[in-house]
Design a protein around this ligand. Sequence first.
Ligand code: DC
Length: 237
Amino acid sequence: MTKVGQPRVKIAEIIAIDGPVAVGKSTVGKMAARRMGYRFVDTGTMYRALTWKALQQKIPLNDEAALGRMSAETRFELVTSADNPGQNGILADGQDISREIRSAPVEKNVSLVSKVPEVRHSLVNHQRRLAEDGRLVMAGRDIGTVVLPEADLKIFLVASPQERARRRYQELITGGEKATYENVLSELQSRDQMDITRQVSPLKPAPDAYVLDTEGLSAEQVVDRICSLATSGSPNK
Ligand code: DC
């Protein structure tokens, strides 16, 4: 029985959003966070920042020990980028590299850096600290499974590779980049393959995640669904 004055539903304070490349995690994650009055953390920016730094410092991407040391030493600050307001920006060691982390060399190599166990270890610790104050939406590949297995609400977004490639292609063309749909699709499929088959924290839904098929849905519709799950008091556990 509910006592007078006692809230009847528990609103999700920590929301994990996972899913494959270009499924819209950061777009809907940001919108959902704004609606709920929560912070938004896009963990992909951290893996991208380390990839950019490794390329700058010419660290061989198969030197796992050096990549691990670099990740432990790097200071991150997550920011909203003025350059690219649709994305979450990032400062690494005080330098704003929000634009650089979206460049083709980073896109091409980020899966290699993100499969290194030492890199994942230090970034996961960092991400857990970011979640300590609660009231946040965190997006990535392993948030519900590894980073925040105790999250109140876990969402796993899906859409076909063709739909995701179409969305990413549109984004690139609108942003004035040169791209072909075929190239976008084939890069996306090879990144999917690496994310799914890597040894450490492969991309997969947590057993208690809500799998949300976004095919044919607008971002607003996906956000409506996430926010209604978050406020309906039907948490994951
Ligand atoms: O979401 P994104 O495309 O910005 O992510 C960039 C890369 O980082 C992607 O290839 C997978 C990796 N990543 C990861 O392994 N774990 C996360 N929590 C977030 C991203």
